[in-house]
Ligand binder design. Sequence first.
Ligand code: ADP
Ligand code: MG
Length: 498
Amino acid sequence: MNIAIQQHYDNLQSGFLKSPRQLLVGGRWVDARSGATFPVYNPANASVIAHVADAGPDDVDLAVKAARHAFEDGPWSRMSPADRAKLLWRLGDAIEAHAEELALIETLDNGKPIKVALALDIASSAERFRYYAGWATKMNGELCPPAAHDGGKFHAFTTRQPVGVVGLITPWNFPLLMAVSKLAPALAAGCTTILKPAEQTPLSSLRLGELMQEVGFPDGVVNILTGFGQTGAAIVEHPGVDKISFTGSTDVGRAIVKASTGNMKRVTLELGGKSPVIVFPDADMNVAVEGVARGIFANTGQVCQAGSRLFAHEKVFDQLIEGIAAKAGKLKIGPGIEFDTEMGPVVSQEQLDRVAGYLTAGLEAGAKAVIGGTKMKRDGYFVEPTIFTSSTTDMAVWREEIFGPVLCATSFSDADLDHIAAQANDTEYGLAAYVYTRDLSVAHKIAKKIKAGSIRINGGMVDSNVPFGGFKQSGWGRENGREGAEAFTEIKSVIISL
Ligand code: ADP
Ligand code: MG
């Protein structure tokens, strides 16, 4: 820990982390009505770092009332888009001004390397608020000239209005960034919100709530309820909530769809993935090795779009696997708080057991671990980066989302793109796909054939202005870009008989 981080750590210990963190409801920090709290753990050493309130249905009800009031009657409902934009921009600045503190919270809570938290999670969170500040003033409708009616007699146009009170339910892999990726477009569109961060990692969302108050968001615009799946379920079932935006597992996504039918909530879902990586023999091997390794080991593999099924041409298979294994072997694994750490622990005991269970199942089914294959013998939730070869497409490690640093690899020999794409598409998911080739024609053809929401050729990124989301069981709808903001609106058609 360097001196600045040590100072933030001491401040957190004597302040933010000392007393149980409360819920943000209608602009006030309050205990859960039941008084219940639950502990939050540091994955690097399994110690309890904080306690937070456990929101129940009563708290959900109060938060919905506060959000409804802010949406219908409060200053938010009268605020101009330009003033909303200003608030969003200021919040981006506030995140940047508190970057080290927020990164430290994220590292203590989630386990990720602090330098990654700073450069990725916190920097992107600040940028995303600024990006969506721009959209607040650009939520245009359009003119719709009648097709089968006399345009001289009818004037028709659309407007986009905020969908209303929205429930935002987030996962634990990028705690702040996931919350921000929903809050920013929802607020740009003019909605009011109830945020339910993951029970494993609630702290950065709570700190964000304080910053939102400081920069001047009106009471009730953002309510924050910490709690478990039951809290999320109470939000999803509540008749006063107009829309749910959820990121998490496909199983919970399915439950949310079922539970939201009461008032026919709008639902956006970012779910799981088992994304294919296809390496053609002409690919730049350095680029491929680097990209494939990063694609599965970054964030300890806890990434919904992780490239977890590798298809490499037989001519380059050995070279590629050797290269990726060498990278995995050199990764500096340790507590995220140490500045040279490249891979931290997984988020929880439950996640460690889950990943370790897959490793055992893979080995028992006959997969061969080129590197890794077990959890690490040390305190905290550490698991070895693993590459399985000889894994077949019927194995659980090949088919199911592991959400850990586990790559399954196989080779192909033919040049038939339809056949290669069919193998890549042989999954219930469709979030992302990665292709390594220098052949532009192959790249375009395979991009068209793969059923996934994002195709990344020779590397790639996630960007505020590029839509992100899944085909098939990877979700409904898109986040980021114009689509991300429009997902928080209703279209209204206005027809005037002249
Ligand atoms: P994981 O299994 O990786 O923890 P989940 O999909 O279970 O991922 O969790 C993602 C988010 O969904 C968390 O905030 C969690 O509390 C919440 N959640 C879990 N179950 C439900 C549910 N039935 N309804 C609404 N939210 C839920
Ligand atoms: Mg779960």
